[in-house]
Design a protein around this ligand. Structure first.
Ligand SMILES: Nc1nc2c(ncn2[C@@H]2O[C@H](COP(=O)(O)OP(=O)(O)OP(=O)(O)O)[C@@H](O)[C@H]2O)c(=O)[nH]1
Length: 386
């Protein structure tokens, strides 16, 4: 679990997602002209949409072109993942420059979770690429209606590391402020940038991941951003942005103090039919060190039973018997291999796990992990069998 050079050498991957017509192509078009795009490969749906002629240096093959910014642009028909594999093969054969960053544009109706999931599970891709950031475009005018109508657009905003509110020139202050509040509630940690015609520095979109290749270090605080969940300020343990009062759910009665004094749930009443009312984001903190066996058992149970509800999970764990913390990261049914960090980023040595979930609240997660940990403590470091 040590930090190997191999982890830093993997190709940083940014996924651009956003609802139909929300400005993904406009954003890419603007990005492709910027300095700092050398060593970047961009996977898009159609060359024609972007209008590359004025940027073109040479055509490498029917599907791949080199632009004057140094960027390689690859048109993908169909499957993004096979497009990424092909690009990697061309790079290995020396047919295209050795890019060290990839930007993938998804189609507007895409649920981003399966794409992230594949990036984390495909045997070739996991060894060669690492997810750096998910950038989501949200239309300042139509975004709110799309969040109402389309569950994919809610997921796109919820899993983002960066949210770009596009067409902000067209929306008035009230509309933008209301949309921003809604996005902030869905996703407390992602910076929200107001953008006009895709005009944003590429650097703002990158390096949201755990690994900083420039310093060859891991920046946990920048990656986890657990302080973003700290908005209530009255209880240091469990901070939730919750919008779900569907009392039919297993954990819907998560109204406050649990048996362990670890919970304040500040849920608000909303219309339960709104798609974003099913999304919750919260940070769970454990004061006591966790047993690795207990965490693994918990992770196996939840990824198998509730994987579709775990949109994104990131955390830093204080483990029994380990001086240094361990970073964990999951999307739906898959946990990334854990990474041992060289040291704690601050004096706060508590385990903190940030969740973005669908129809899954903090109490069931917290209690199950708490009980598994207590069971392992009692039985002396052995994973419980039931
Ligand atoms: N006024 C204004 N128009 C914008 C802005 N960004 C995008 N547009 C326009 O919005 C329309 C849709 O933008 P696209 O970039 O094609 O959106 P997209 O997300 O790629 O669309 P799909 O590929 O269909 O999902 C185009 O007509 C753009 O010119 C903006 O910031 N301001």
């Amino acid at each position: 679990m040590a930090i190997s050079d191999e982890q830093f050498e993997r190709i940083a991957t940014t996924v651009i997602t956003g609802f139909l017509g929300s400005g993904k192509t406009t954003l890419l078009n603007a990005l492709l002209t910027q300095d700092g795009m050398d060593n970047t490969a961009v996977l898009i749906n159609e060359f024609g949409e972007i209008g590359l002629d004025h940027l073109l240096v040479r055509e490498v093959s029917e599907d791949v072109v080199l632009l004057n910014s140094g960027c390689i642009c690859c048109s993908v028909r169909g499957d993004l993942i096979s497009g990424l594999r092909d690009l990697f093969v061309k790079r290995t054969r020396g047919e295209i420059p050795a890019f060290d960053r990839v930007i993938i544009e998804t189609t507007g109706l895409a649920d981003p979770a399966p794409i992230l999931h594949t990036l984390m599970t495909d045997p070739l891709l996991t060894t060669k690429f690492r997810l750096d950031s998910v950038v989501t475009t949200v239309d300042a005018i139509h975004g709110s209606g799309q969040l109402d109508q389309h569950p994919e657009s809610v997921k796109q905003a919820a899993v983002a590391d960066r949210i770009l509110m596009t067409k902000s020139d067209l929306a008035d202050d009230t509309t933008r402020t209301a949309l921003e509040a809604r996005l902030r509630a869905l996703n407390p940690a992602a910076p929200i940038y107001q953008v006009i015609n895709g005009d944003i520095a590429v650097s703002k979109l990158f390096n949201a991941g755990l690994y900083d290749p420039e310093t060859k270090s891991m920046d946990v605080q920048k990656w986890l951003r657990d302080e973003a969940y700290d908005h209530h300020g009255d209880e240091p343990h469990d901070h939730e942005h919750s919008h779900d009062h569907d009392h039919s759910r297993d954990d819907a009665h998560d109204h406050g103090h649990d048996h362990h004094g670890h919970s304040h749930d500040h849920s608000h009443d909303h219309d339960v039919n709104r798609h974003d009312d099913h999304i919750q984001s919260f940070c769970i903190t454990f004061d006591e060190p966790l047993h690795w066996d207990a965490f693994v058992t918990w992770a196996e149970i939840f990824t198998q039973m509730r994987g579709e509800s775990l949109l994104r999970v990131k955390g830093i764990l204080n483990l029994v018997g380990e001086d240094a913390p361990v970073a964990i990261h999951a999307v739906q049914h898959v946990f990334h291999p854990p990474a041992s960090l060289p040291a704690w980023p601050s004096d706060d040595h508590r385990s903190k796990i940030v969740f973005i979930t669908k129809d899954l609240g903090p109490q069931v997660i917290r209690e199950s992990l708490y009980h598994l940990n207590a069971a392992v403590s009692e039985t002396g470091n052995t994973a419980p069998t039931s």
